[in-house]
Design a protein around this ligand. Structure first.
Ligand SMILES: *Cc1c(COP(=O)(O)O)cnc(C)c1O
Length: 292
C-alpha cells in the first residue's frame, strides 16, 4: 500500500488505506470483507445496516452491495432526512447504488438492536444479513487485523481514528508487545473503551481524547485550516470527521513532545473522503471556509 513520509524528522509515516478502493474506502473495506463472505456463505441476498446522514459506512455498504450482488437497505437516523436525499451527497450516492432507505426517529434508532425492532425489519424487508452500525463486529475486526504487516514492526506508535472501535481492535490484535496503539476518538465520551475491550486481545493501547473538536461531526475553523494546509503541503486530503482530527492531534502531540525523540510513528489514513462534500454544504451555510 502506498505510504507517505510526513514531518521534518521523517519519523511519521502515513499508511494510505484511503487508496484501497475509490468508494469502499479505507477501513470500511477491511470491515466489510469477511462480512460479505459470510453473507454469501449464508446465501443471503440482502445486506441491512445502519447509519447517519453522512455515514461513510452507509456509502461503502451501498457500493459494496452493488459490486458484489447484494440488495442493500440502510436504516438512517433522522426522519427529517426523508425529503432531503437529493441534497445529501452521501444518501444520494447510496441511492444511486440501489440502496433502499428506511428513515427512523432518533429514539427508534437508539433502540435499533432490540429484538422487536429487528423482527419488524424482517417483516418489512424479508431475510437479511445484518451489518452493525459502523460495520463493527468480530468479522470486521478480523478484516482490520490485516491492516498491519510484518514490516510494520519497526514502528513504536501506531495511530488511528476511533468511531465504533473495530479498526483499533484489529490493529491492537496484530501489534507487537513493544508497540503502542493510540486511538483518537472522533466523538466525546469514554464508553468506547469498553467496546474496544470486547474485541482487543491485548493491553498495549490507549485513547487520546483531546482532539474530538466538540464531538462527532463537529468542526472548528482551525481544523479546516489544518486540513487545507495539510493538503497543500503533502498532497493528501484528510476528512473532517476522523482523519483530520487525528492528524491534527498527532502533530500537536509532536509539538508538545509527547513522543520520545526517536519514536517512529505510523498513522493510518482510514479514508472517509466521501463525507467532505456533505461537510462543505454545512460549512457554506455557516459562512465558514470550504475544505478544498
Ligand atoms: C468509520 C471510520 C472510522 C472509525 O472506525 P471504527 O472502526 O468504527 O472505529 C475511522 N476513520 C474513518 C475515515 C471512518 O470512515
Amino acid at each position: 500500500m502506498d505510504e507517505i513520509i510526513l514531518y521534518a524528522n521523517n519519523n511519521v509515516v502515513m499508511r494510505r488505506e484511503d487508496l484501497i478502493h475509490p468508494f469502499i474506502s479505507g477501513n470500511k473495506y477491511r470491515k466489510l470483507k469477511y462480512n460479505l463472505q459470510k453473507a454469501k456463505a449464508l446465501n443471503k441476498n440482502t445486506l441491512l445496516t445502519f447509519g447517519g446522514a453522512y455515514s461513510n459506512h452507509i456509502a461503502a455498504t451501498a457500493y459494496a452491495g452493488k459490486s458484489y450482488g447484494f440488495k442493500t437497505i440502510g436504516i438512517i437516523r433522522g426522519e427529517e432526512l426523508k425529503d432531503k436525499v437529493e441534497s445529501n451527497p452521501t444518501l444520494k450516492f447510496a441511492k444511486s447504488c440501489g440502496m433502499q432507505f428506511k428513515f427512523v426517529t432518533r429514539e427508534a434508532y437508539r433502540n435499533k438492536l432490540e429484538n422487536d425492532f429487528i423482527e419488524n425489519l424482517k417483516l418489512e424487508f424479508g431475510d437479511f444479513y445484518l451489518v452493525p452500525e459502523g460495520g463493527t463486529n468480530q468479522l470486521a475486526v478480523k478484516g482490520c487485523e490485516e491492516i498491519l504487516n510484518i514490516d510494520d514492526e519497526c514502528f513504536d506508535f501506531i495511530c488511528c481514528c476511533v468511531g465504533t472501535g473495530g479498526t483499533i481492535s484489529g490493529l491492537i490484535n496484530t501489534s507487537k508487545p513493544h508497540q503502542k496503539i493510540l486511538g483518537f476518538p472522533a466523538l466525546k465520551g469514554d464508553f468506547i473503551r469498553e467496546d474496544i475491550r470486547k474485541f482487543a486481545k491485548k493491553e498495549n493501547w490507549d485513547l487520546i481524547t483531546d482532539y474530538h473538536f466538540g464531538g462527532y461531526g463537529k468542526i472548528k475553523p482551525e481544523l479546516i485550516t489544518f486540513i487545507n494546509d495539510f493538503k497543500r503541503k503533502y498532497n493528501v486530503l484528510l476528512d473532517p470527521v476522523y482523519t483530520g482530527k487525528m492528524m491534527y492531534g498527532i502533530f500537536d502531540l509532536i509539538e508538545k513532545q509527547f513522543f520520545p525523540e526517536e519514536a517512529k510513528i505510523l498513522a493510518i489514513h482510514t479514508g472517509g473522503l466521501q463525507g467532505i462534500d456533505g461537510m462543505n454544504i454545512k460549512l457554506k451555510q455557516k459562512g465558514w471556509p470550504q475544505i478544498e
